[in-house]
Each structure stands twice: as C-alpha cells, then as structure tokens.
Design a protein around this ligand. Structure first.
Ligand SMILES: [Zn+2]
Length: 200
C-alpha cells in the first residue's frame, strides 16, 4: 500500500515516488499552503484545489495518490502551470519554516525533510509533458464538483487558513476538524463535517 505519485502508471518514470499516509498529508499541505499564496490565474488555482483534494481523510488511506495527467491541465496554459507548480514547491521550503505557518498547521516538519520532499515533486513535475495531457481530465475532475462547490464559484479561500477551498472545504480545517466547531458559512452543505452528522 502507500500513496503513489507518478508520472503515469505503466511508464515507470524514475521520478515516481510513494508516500505514507502521514507523509502525503503533510507534503500536500506544503504545496497547498504555498500554492494558495502564489496562485493568480484560474488554472493555477485549479491545480492547487486538485492537490488539496488528495486528502487521505476524504479519499481513504493508501489511495490518495495520483498520476500527473489526472491533474486539470490544459494545453493552452501547460507551460505556465507546470512552472507554477515547480515555483510552488520551491516556495514551500520557505513557507513551511515560518513560525506563522507552523502555528497555523499546528505541526512543523524539519527543513531537510521538506526540501527532500519538494525535490521529489519538482523532479516529477519536470517530467510532465504536454503530450501526456488528457483532454478530458479537467472536465472529468469538474464532474465530481457540485454546482455550489467552491471550485465553480470564484475559488474562495478559507478565512481561517488562507488556503483555497476544495470540494470538501479547506484541507487544513478538515485536518483539524475536531478543533473547530464552526464551519465557515461559505459552504453550507459541508456543515455536517463540523456538526458530526453524515450527509445522506
Ligand atoms: Zn481552513
């Protein structure tokens, strides 16, 4: 088991890697916190939202990995979006060492581990090429988003953590949901997560 982050299944790229559940959760936090700060265009924001949804608490243990063509790439913005993801991983090294980030996440990761992990993401992002884009990846991804989902409504950010909302709300709020009794009012339908009842 383990969460595989790969260029593409079957291609056996040297940059493919596997993360434990805890490892995936903090590694994705690095990218989501950093990328939420840097993302300007809609396609950049979509990349970060996609990443924030790779969450073991919503997808399940050992199955939150992905292959790069699953991401919502578009041919028109491919180069810019790949450069953005590399910049995001670079920026994460610095962001993750800030006391305010550590306070917000309520944990810290040693700089060496963050650096090694971001190196792995950067190496993999560099392997992504435009010919691997799956034209329907973006629309397939949007299919699991309901009309009132934040992704389809101007990409709001969590007021508490400043990170872009995914279809399950803020990844950091989800990680810490036992600590916060109030769901941000932006996403009414997700209140059950905070109120402890199950959505039917
Ligand atoms: Zn939050």
């Amino acid at each position: 088991m383990g969460n595989w982050i790969v260029l593409k299944h079957g291609m056996n790229c040297d940059a493919d890697f596997k993360l434990s559940n805890g490892g995936l959760d903090w590694a994705i936090d690095c990218l989501v916190v950093s990328g939420s700060e840097l993302a300007i265009t809609d396609s950049e924001k979509r990349m970060i939202v996609f990443l924030s949804e790779r969450n073991t608490s919503t997808l399940g243990l050992g199955v939150a990995g992905f292959e790069l063509p699953d991401m919502p790439w578009k041919a028109e913005t491919f180069e810019a979006d790949r450069a953005f993801l590399i910049r995001t991983a670079e920026h994460a090294r610095e962001v993750m060492q800030k006391p305010e980030t550590q306070q917000m996440l309520q944990y810290s990761v040693e700089p060496e581990r963050v650096n090694e992990q971001m190196d792995e993401f950067i190496a993999l992002f560099r392997c992504m090429t435009a010919d691997l884009i799956v034209p329907e990846a973006e629309s397939n991804w949007f299919k699991w988003h309901k009309p009132d989902d934040p992704t389809l409504n101007s990409f709001p950010k969590c007021r508490r953590h400043g990170v872009l909302y995914g279809c399950d709300g803020c990844k950091i709020c989800l990680d810490q949901s036992g600590l916060f009794p109030v769901m941000p009012a932006d996403i009414e339908r997700l209140k059950h997560l905070w109120e402890g009842t199950q959505e039917s």
